[in-house]
Ligand binder design. Structure first.
Ligand code: PLP
Length: 288
């Protein structure tokens, strides 16, 4: 496997990072995961906006959105992939000594790799997923896409022990998001999802944004509002949105089956629309 490390594409076995790297010692870094379809990054503008926000809020300097795009395309090219997920991580760098306060002038460490994923046709039908509701015990700056993910790993371990593939996180009886996704519910044809603009405890999900855009284009009513935990089970559909899964329909909540086991109609319509939007974006990129 060929990976990106600090401005170079190298074989994985040659990608060495100092144990003093602040990502390793402090979880002091940020990341992005972008899905590529036919070589075109889905929601690239939103990903780059979020990356820049994460860099700014963490005060990690010396890496830009342009560097990110270069790294992603470099690993795709090195691996000969066009339909893939690219993971990119930027840490504050590797100082000579461990100290909570980072020295000034550190060179950030950037690392990226690509794995093959489904093409546009794989988006014909939403996946299905079992979820487990877990308390949201994460920090309060979840708009930063931080690599410090213990608050997401622990609920996932708990979810996995219940044969669930995603944890739905709840704070004080109110839905926040999935451990690595955003959650949307459908009730009586209305799509509702927790707001992000005034709530830094939720990530600005790029697929969430694309799904809401698709819903509005389809004429569906959209509500960005607080969603109570009780509304989950009472919903007609529950959707999990992320770059990894794009849109998946929930078919089990904790130990109870949810829905009829098949992807819900709104999930299907949204994914159809998103696939068409992507197809148009790919065509426009190729025409440039
Ligand atoms: N929320 C959290 C906590 C996440 O970790 C992720 C993705 O990793 C998302 C939401 C979904 O974001 P996106 O749609 O940009 O992949």
């Amino acid at each position: 496997m060929q990976v990106w490390l600090n401005d170079r594409v190298v074989p994985l076995e040659q990608a060495h990072i100092s144990p003093f790297d602040r990502g390793f010692l402090f979880g002091d870094g940020i990341y992005e995961l972008v899905r590529f379809f036919d070589g075109v990054g889905m929601c690239m503008t939103a990903h780059m906006r979020r990356l820049e926000r994460s860099l700014r809020l963490t005060r990690i300097e010396g890496f830009t959105a342009a560097d990110a795009e270069r790294a992603m395309h470099a690993v795709l090219q090195a691996e000969g992939l066009r339909d893939a997920a690219v993971y990119l991580q930027i840490t504050r760098g590797a100082p000579p000594m461990r100290s909570h306060l980072p020295p000034t002038g550190l060179q950030p460490t950037s690392f990226a790799y690509a794995v093959p994923c489904g093409d546009l046709d794989s988006l014909r039908t939403p996946g299905t997923i079992a979820v487990s509701v877990q308390p949201d015990q994460r920090w309060q700056r979840c708009e930063i896409k931080s690599i410090s993910l213990m608050g997401a790993v622990l609920p996932m371990l708990e979810a996995a022990s219940q044969q669930a593939e995603e944890a739905v996180l709840v704070r004080d009886g109110v839905l926040s998001e999935g451990s690595s996704s955003n959650i949307l519910i459908v009730k009586n044809g209305v799509l509702a999802t927790p707001p992000i603009d005034d709530d830094p405890s939720i990530l600005h999900g790029t697929v969430r944004e694309a799904a809401l855009q698709a819903a509005r284009a389809l004429g569906l009513q959209v509500q960005e509002r607080r969603v109570q935990q009780a509304e989950l089970r009472a919903a007609d559909e529950v959707l999990v949105a992320s770059s990894r899964r794009i849109v998946a329909s929930v078919t089990r909540i904790d130990d109870t089956p949810f829905g009829d086991g098949a992807p819900g109609p709104v999930a299907c319509r949204l994914l159809d629309r998103m696939r068409e939007d992507l197809r148009a974006q790919i065509a426009a990129t190729k025409a440039r």
